[in-house]
Design a protein. Structure first.
Length: 57
């Protein structure tokens, strides 16, 4: 996770969460997370890795 620009009180933030890759062999989903402010500047950039597990049956 990288904060690339400051965020201030009163800013309007927009989050974009985009699934980029699914690896069924490892049971992982890789997604890009981008947060932009009202001017369109990227304030935060991250890669989210979701580990899928099988629950009880």
């Amino acid at each position: 996770m990288r904060f690339t620009a400051p965020v201030f009180f009163g800013d309007t933030l927009t989050v974009r969460y985009t699934t980029e890759r699914v690896d069924p062999g490892e049971g992982k989903v890789y997604s890009a997370v981008r947060v932009t402010n009202q001017d369109g500047a990227v304030c935060l950039a991250a890669t989210h890795v979701l580990k899928m597990i099988e629950g009880p049956r």
